[in-house]
Design a protein. Structure first.
Ligand SMILES: Cc1cc2nc3c(=O)[nH]c(=O)nc-3n(C[C@H](O)[C@H](O)[C@H](O)COP(=O)(O)O)c2cc1C
Length: 157
């Protein structure tokens, strides 16, 4: 039997979402695959964000983040948010967005989104996990979601 952590992690398919954040009137968003639901009551979502990254500087307990769902045919959007263009005139590059009541970016092309209020965090290693209680959401399509398996994109190892 081979001993390969990299192979082990590659067995676990994840959705690829666009995580939105913001602080002091500046918004940002990035493609993220380390996230999921971790409570029914209240509904809580966790996201893992690389330490010392731009998004991490915008996240804090009491603050907010959004999670935007992409369809499996929206791989191009995910790729655009690996190196996110500066927001200008309500767009990240060609991706138009609006802001929630708490200022979090929601992509017009997202098939669904949630907005979460950050209630706690933990830093187990080189990423910090933020737990956010869902405070608002919208769904416009039940289409299949973009995943690491459907796209071949990876963030594991
Ligand atoms: C498939 C995939 C999934 C990713 N998931 C995450 C994630 O869950 N958390 C994270 O912090 N970065 C993730 N990234 C990296 C970010 O999309 C992005 O590249 C990074 O935030 C850019 O940081 P910078 O603006 O500091 O260069 C992922 C990248 C890829 C290719």
């Amino acid at each position: 039997m081979k001993r390969s952590k990299r192979r082990f992690f590659s067995f676990s398919p994840s959705p690829i979402f666009i995580v939105g954040c913001g602080k002091d009137g500046v918004v940002h968003a990035f493609s993220g695959s380390w996230l999921g639901q971790c409570s029914f009551k209240p509904p809580v979502v966790w996201i893992a964000v690389r330490n010392d990254s731009r998004p991490q500087s915008m996240l804090e307990v009491g603050g907010y983040f959004s999670v935007n769902v992409l369809r499996s045919d929206q791989e191009g959007i995910a790729r655009a948010f690996f190196k996110t263009p500066e927001p200008k005139d309500g767009k990240f590059g060609s991706a138009a967005f609006h802001q929630t009541s708490h200022g979090m970016p929601v992509l017009e092309e997202a098939s669904g989104w949630v907005e979460c209020r950050i209630t706690s965090l933990v830093t187990p290693g080189d990423h910090t996990i933020y737990f956010g209680e869902v405070v608002d959401c919208g769904i416009s399509s039940d289409a299949a979601v973009l995943t690491t398996v459907s796209s071949g994109m990876k963030y594991s190892g």
